[in-house]
Write a protein that binds this ligand. Structure first.
Ligand code: TXA
Ligand code: MG
Length: 322
């Protein structure tokens, strides 16, 4: 069973596990990650195993500085500008992989590109001390809700890992935005903690969504799946449903809800993003058969929030739905 250690006591124990080729769950500003040495095949294999993640779904390599990033990936001027603007922070950049970078091929699932991110907080300190990039997907069983607290990680992966580093609730609450620069354009592979408007302000370009095919191999339709069914953008609540509310206005039938949580009573999308995954988990634990979700505006962080909700509501038997 995983031990939970506070971040200020966890650096050495985490380093010892990483050096031994083991994995460790760490806080980042987005969600908790399950980290292992990105240059060691056995460590990366453990990550896939602990999550039950299919090996065709590549991992993000986390770095502590730009020099480490440039040793691994080739940065065109636009990717470099994005890195300089948003790193450290909730942005992942997919760039061409330098073949001699020492990254184990399991990390990229054999692709010739690599997803790179420079996180804030304990993760950044750990990578700098380790001196080498850490592969880290979100610290949750594949296909389930990402964890935004050490307790949620331990409840999900506890029996399969040794250490969870606890630095409280993650401030952003949603995974990083994933971008890929192609033909001088910024492509949005996954909406996340950096908004389209922020990207446009930094580059003068609105990021473009793909044509509908799966570009980040992990962006299958069914994901973030709670046990309960999901009903989105509801106009009423049915008796016995769990209600995920947003904003000051109430939909009809609220009193009939078995349990209700409001992502942000004032209608603040940043607060809603922070609460999203932990509230979904709490409503799921209530045992209600269905979670009804009030409409959430699609602007700003609402784009990523609605993306996660749509995946949580997708049919569970979608092929490859992990
Ligand atoms: O905020 C985050 O990004 C968190 C924290 C821990 O850093 N990590 C995270 O990792 O969300 P994960 O593995 O849950 O999601 C990474 C996504 C997957 O959908 C994967 O398919 C995609 O990144 N990805 C990884 N490498 C890629 C590549 N070379 N090209 C396209 N997509 C890639
Ligand atoms: Mg994930």
């Amino acid at each position: 069973m995983a031990e939970i250690l506070p971040a200020d006591k966890a650096l050495e124990p985490a380093l010892a596990l990483l050096r031994a080729g083991d994995v460790v769950a760490i806080p980042t500003e987005t969600v908790y990650g399950l980290a292992g040495d990105a240059t060691a095949g056995a460590a990366v294999a453990r990550i896939y195993e602990a999550k039950g993640r299919p090996r065709f779904n590549p991992l993000i390599a986390h770095v502590s500085d730009m020099e480490m990033a440039e040793r691994i990936g080739r940065f065109d001027p636009l990717s470099r500008r994005l890195a300089e603007t948003f790193w450290p922070g909730p942005l992942t950049l997919v760039v061409p992989l330098k073949p001699d970078a020492g990254i184990h091929p399991l990390v990229t699932a054999g692709l010739d590109t690599i997803a790179l991110r420079m996180p804030r907080g304990f993760g950044a300190k750990l990578i700098a001390a380790f001196g080498s990039p850490l592969a880290a997907p979100s610290a949750n069983t594949s296909g389930r809700i990402s964890s935004t607290s050490a307790e949620a990680v331990a409840a999900d992966l506890g029996p399969r890992i040794r250490l969870v580093v606890d630095d409280g609730a993650t401030p952003v609450g949603l995974e990083s935005t994933i971008l890929k620069v192609e033909d001088g354009k910024v492509r949005l592979l996954r909406p996340g903690g950096i908004t389209a408007a922020e990207i446009e302000a930094a580059t003068g370009m609105r990021p473009e969504r793909g044509a509908g095919d799966i570009e980040a191999p992990g962006m299958m339709l069914s994901h973030y799946a709670p046990v309960a069914g999901m009903r989105l953008s509801v106009e009423d609540v049915r008796p016995g449903e769990a209600l995920l509310a947003f904003g000051p206005e109430r939909v009809e039938g609220t009193d009939a809800a078995a349990i209700a949580l409001n992502l942000s009573p004032s209608g603040d999308l940043r607060e809603a993003a922070t609460n999203l995954f932990s509230f979904m988990q709490e409503l799921d634990r209530s045992g209600a058969a269905t979670i009804a979700v009030e409409p959430i505006p699609a602007e700003g962080l609402g784009e990523a929030i609605n993306d996660r909700l749509a995946r949580a509501a997708a049919p569970r038997d979608t092929p490859g739905g992990v």
